[in-house]
Design a protein around this ligand. Structure first.
Ligand SMILES: Nc1nc2c(ncn2[C@@H]2O[C@H](COP(=O)(O)OP(=O)(O)O)[C@@H](O)[C@H]2O)c(=O)[nH]1
Ligand SMILES: [Mg+2]
Ligand SMILES: [Zn+2]
Length: 298
């Protein structure tokens, strides 16, 4: 009988998956007919060898967390599994979209994934501009951890490194904010890893667009995925949305109605808190926008 191994999916190439075992050996694997779920990056799986370089995936082990992206037929598809922490990267340039930031926060929170806000490219800011930016981000700083960093000068990188230690983290953020640059600073031997992956696929072109999991030198892993918006609102209901706004939480129990959606509802304590300044009006208005975007629940 063939022996069954455990491993982690460290790269996805469409119909093939790179799997790493405990010793760090990589094999190229594909799901057997027995495997009921399509694996995604970060998955823990059981597999058996076909030969020294290829394997068959027998099962995807239960996921602790799972981020989904809309699939071709509208059905959500697993995009990353077993992520502990999401790094929401923004920068002064390109101008950030706080609605997108809020969406990342809500979706992460709905999966119990810790958010970490990372403001990159702070080297571009004068002291005054930095002050203005931090002022604008004040509603986040009181409820979420936030680091200011520069991939270019190295500012804040040590703090970022220690926040990543022994966790599986994943990047989120618009293109151009500096995710690849940060990855480069955090993982100096990145090229070696990509080389190893190319060697097992024997097709370099594969490795440029795939989701990948890198090991951090101090312990922990960092996932980089191509593309941007894999954090869809599919499966999020109004209650989860409101709970994804951390500063709303202490007010929600004070709303008059248990099913309050915190919009025009009578006796809404959340809305009232925006009038007294306890909740940022900007954050609240973004909540209303996301509420309107939620898929209809039948
Ligand atoms: N000034 C400055 N530029 C940066 C920094 N980090 C990245 N960049 C630049 O921003 C651009 C986009 O970076 P990239 O890492 O490709 O962003 P990604 O699309 O999020 O992966 C590149 O031209 C980088 O050189 C930074 O900390 N400071
Ligand atoms: Mg990039
Ligand atoms: Zn309410």
């Amino acid at each position: 009988m063939r022996s069954v191994h455990r491993g982690r999916v460290v790269a996805c190439f469409g119909k093939e998956w790179a799997v790493e075992d405990k010793s760090g050996r990589l094999v190229l694997a594909y799901p057997s007919v027995k495997c009921r779920e399509l694996p995604c990056i970060g998955d823990l799986i059981e597999w058996e060898s076909i030969d020294s370089q290829r394997g068959r995936i027998l099962a995807v082990l239960p996921r602790i967390t799972c981020l989904v992206r809309p699939g071709r037929n509208g059905k959500p598809r697993a995009a990353a599994a077993n992520v502990d922490q999401v790094l929401i990267v923004i920068a002064p340039e390109p101008k950030f979209d706080l609605l997108l930031v809020d969406q990342y926060l809500v979706v992460g929170e709905s999966q119990n994934i810790k958010p970490l806000l990372v403001v990159n490219k702070v080297d571009l800011l004068t002291d005054e501009a930095r002050g203005c930016l931090l002022q604008e981000l004040a509603p986040y700083r009181s409820s979420y951890p936030l680091l200011t960093v520069s991939a270019k000068t190295g500012e804040g990188i040590e703090a970022l490194r220690s926040a990543l230690k022994n966790q599986t983290s994943m990047f989120a953020g618009q293109s151009g904010v500096g995710k690849s640059s940060l990855l480069h600073v955090l993982i100096p031997n990145q090229a070696v890893r990509i080389g190893e992956l190319s060697a097992i696929t024997r097709r370099g072109r594969h490795t440029t667009t795939s989701a990948r999991l890198f090991h951090l030198p101090d312990g922990g892993d960092l996932i980089d995925t191509p593309g941007v918006a894999i954090f869809g609102l599919a499966g999020i209901d109004p209650q989860q949305l409101a709970r994804g706004y951390r500063e709303f939480r202490s007010f929600i129990p004070q709303c008059r109605f248990a099913d309050c959606q915190h919009a025009s509802d009578l006796g809404c304590a959340v809305r009232h808190a925006t009038e007294t300044g306890a909740i940022s009006l900007d954050r609240y208005q973004r909540y209303l926008k996301l509420l309107a975007k939620l898929p209809e629940i039948s």
